[in-house]
Design a protein around this ligand. Structure first.
Ligand SMILES: Nc1ncnc2c1ncn2[C@@H]1O[C@H](COP(=O)(O)OP(=O)(O)OP(=O)(O)O)[C@@H](O)[C@H]1O
Length: 336
């Protein structure tokens, strides 16, 4: 992607303080997002995906807290920004769409009232301006503006999610962070909402960071894919590259665990075992206890992210200094 990234996450760390010690749910994550780019984030439950999104938007609350790193958005570090400044920026430049609109929307206020409140929190608008913009964003997401009068419970699940997206687009932000926005919907509603998100993104040019469990969704919609395991990025690269030639054994496991819609029928293998307890992660590589190709070194050496073609992989077997590893691109920084 040309140009400077609009979002640069560096060495981001998040911990949950628990009675039994700290749980490091996000451990040294780096991520670059460019204008108009669609970044898919995948990984099993408990890998830290939602925690990372909440940390980027500075929406974490105790016992979770950012313990290190930076989140630079349009040149400003959100990690150190005062709450007041953050509130100006949220919705206007960066907005968030959560898993369930039922939880995010106020059940006792009409959709119109909630759009009005969101607008008025960011400036002075006449009643006519509010009406006009509210109707505009509702139409953008495919809901008849007559539903501005509706309460959340009067809308279907798909319409509620669309209403949340309408709210997120009120100020045409540059970045929309989405945490499984389609997961509560049936498959048909999921697909239609995804198509709509993609179309809006193309039309309005905002970037998206999108968490999902659905590999088929990201394969169709994302430009860049981030695979998370045990609080870390284990593979990142252009979506096509990661799908066609996954470098990390965990990415290969994830891909083998979901059915291909068009490809030949193959037996789904899945990944035996479960993700690590982040309060006491395994030594060496976090995936080694479940890894089908782990070697002795993997139990003691924590791998860096190594360049493999256009992607990066956190697997020791991809370390270019090891004999037999695929060659790294020349002049590329490969880990510490
Ligand atoms: N309240 C909490 N107290 C302690 N640890 C927590 C708490 N919430 C989450 N965690 C830890 O953070 C890790 C990451 O959780 P997170 O919800 O970010 O994962 P996720 O990949 O988004 O999962 P899912 O796909 O199920 O939403 C969990 O494995 C857990 O160890």
């Amino acid at each position: 992607m040309p140009g400077a990234p609009i979002l640069e996450v560096r060495d981001l760390r998040v911990e949950y303080a628990t009675g039994g010690g700290a749980v490091r749910a996000v451990d040294g994550v780096d991520l670059d997002v460019h204008q108009g780019e669609f970044v898919g984030v995948v990984g099993e439950s408990g890998c830290g995906k939602s925690t990372m999104l909440f940390a980027i938007a500075r929406l974490l609350s105790p016992p979770a807290g950012i313990t290190g790193g930076s989140v630079v958005f349009h040149g400003q570090n959100l990690v150190t920004m005062a709450e007041k400044e953050l509130n100006v920026l949220r919705w206007r430049d960066l907005s968030v769409v959560m898993q369930s609109a039922m939880n995010a929307l106020n059940p006792v206020a009409s959709i119109g009232a909630q759009l009005r409140d969101a607008m008025e929190a960011h400036g002075k608008f006449t009643a006519a301006q509010v009406r006009e913009r509210s109707a505009e964003v509702m139409s953008l997401v495919g809901i008849d503006p007559v539903h501005l009068k509706s309460y959340p419970h009067q809308l279907s699940g798909g319409m509620r999610q669309r209403a949340m997206i309408a709210m997120a687009l009120l100020f045409t932000p540059d970045l929309v962070i989405m945490d499984e926005p389609t997961s509560a919907l049936d498959v048909v509603a999921q697909r239609s909402l995804m198509l709509q998100i993609k179309e809006l993104q193309r039309e309005l040019g905002f970037a998206v960071v999108f968490v999902t469990h659905d590999m088929s969704l990201v394969s169709h919609f994302s430009d860049q894919l981030l695979v998370m395991y045990g609080g870390q990025v284990v593979e990142v690269g252009p979506t096509r590259t990661v799908f066609d030639t996954p470098a990390h054994p965990y990415s290969r496991g994830l891909l083998d665990a979901f059915p291909s819609i068009r490809g030949p029928r193959v037996e789904l293998t899945g990944i035996p075992g479960s993700p690590p307890d982040l309060g006491a992660p395994p030594s060496g590589c976090r995936f080694q206890p479940r890894c089908p190709v782990a070697e002795d070194d993997c139990r003691v050496i924590a791998p860096a992210l190594y360049q493999v073609g256009a992607a990066q992989s956190r697997c020791l077997l991809n370390d270019p200094r090891r004999a037999g590893a695929p060659a790294a691109e020349p002049d590329v920084e490969v880990g510490p």
